[in-house]
Design a protein around this ligand. Structure first.
Ligand code: G1P
Length: 292
């Protein structure tokens, strides 16, 4: 069983970044010079998945334009002899194939995934939330595909978070899979709950925005009532899926930035800028010169 499609829900309003997101999608906010959403699409492409399905909405056209060919811009750059920049832009539109469907009313992550059902069809697929930027030599999604290839079941990315932070996440209760191949990183999920209080949380293993889902999730989600925040929650759907199918939680290797949060966004900006060959050194010097 191969995964052919990755769903990227990008219809959210981005209220945490207002006023920056009043007239532009939050997914287009750049970390240094690359929009958040491009990090996610690059992860899809480098994991070997050939197609991205965007679940988009009003005011998000900039995302479509970003992944399209810009003939005028390319011509202009070619005319100015900026061939390498032109090639870099062209690469963006050729990384994978793109399809778009609109979520007419933002009714939650579960609803966004249901909106992609017709474009995904009756096959397993990946989901990436572009707020979560994950940096690692082997992409997070590629690590999860290994688990999927072995078991053919749904897999969610998990990470340990401080107890006091559990109420920002879906939290799992899981049983460690003792198989040596997974080096203590794989859990068979027994239960999960969306954004619990620290007291009610079954663990501190938080779901991070990477999922591989079997198509059974569509049937389950269409029968799932709105949950936390009045939205159809993917976590509630997964909890129901657990009744009929196993789900695995994989503690991925890599650094994850919560770019949906202002401080997380700044951390990503600083750390990724420091890693850049073209500006890392100069930026490090600048940071050191600050008298903090
Ligand atoms: C969503 C999911 C949550 C998950 C989180 C990961 O929440 O509902 O289960 O832990 O993404 O980033 P959101 O951050 O959209 O509120």
């Amino acid at each position: 069983m191969r995964i052919h499609k990755a769903v990227l829900p990008v219809a959210g309003l981005g209220t945490r970044f207002l006023p920056a997101t009043k007239a532009q999608p939050k997914e287009m906010l750049p970390i240094v010079d690359k929009p958040l959403v491009q990090y996610a699409v690059e992860e899809v492409a480098s994991s070997g998945i050939p197609m991205v399905v965007f679940v988009t909405g009003r005011g998000k056209q900039a995302i479509e334009n970003h992944f399209d060919v810009s003939a005028e811009l390319e011509q202009e750059l070619a005319g100015r002899g900026k061939e390498s920049l032109r090639r870099q832009l062209r690469r963006i539109s050729g990384m994978v194939r793109f399809a778009y469907v609109r979520q007419q009313i933002p009714r939650g992550l579960g609803d966004a995934i249901l909106t992609a059902q017709d474009l995904v069809g009756e096959e397993p697929f990946a989901v990436l939330l572009s707020d979560d930027v994950i940096v690692n030599e082997t992409p997070c999604l590629k690590q999860m595909l290994k688990v999927f290839e072995r078991y053919g079941r749904s897999v969610v990315a998990v990470q340990r978070v401080p107890r006091k932070a559990v109420s920002s996440y879906g939290i799992i209760r899981g049983r460690l899979v003792p198989d040596r191949d997974w080096q203590g990183r794989l859990y068979r999920i027994e239960d999960m709950v969306e954004k619990p209080s620290p007291k009610a949380a079954p663990s501190n293993l938080a779901v991070i925005g990477r999922y591989i889902l079997t198509p059974t999730i569509f049937r389950v989600l269409s029968a799932t009532a709105p949950g936390a925040g009045g939205e159809i929650q993917l976590t509630d759907g997964l909890r129901r899926l657990l009744v009929t199918e196993p789900i695995y939680g994989y503690v991925f290797e890599g650094t994850r930035y919560d770019a949906g949060d202002k401080l997380g966004f700044l951390r990503a900006t600083v750390e990724l800028a420091l890693q850049r060959p073209d500006m890392g050194k100069a930026f490090r010097r600048y940071l050191k010169s600050l008298r903090l």
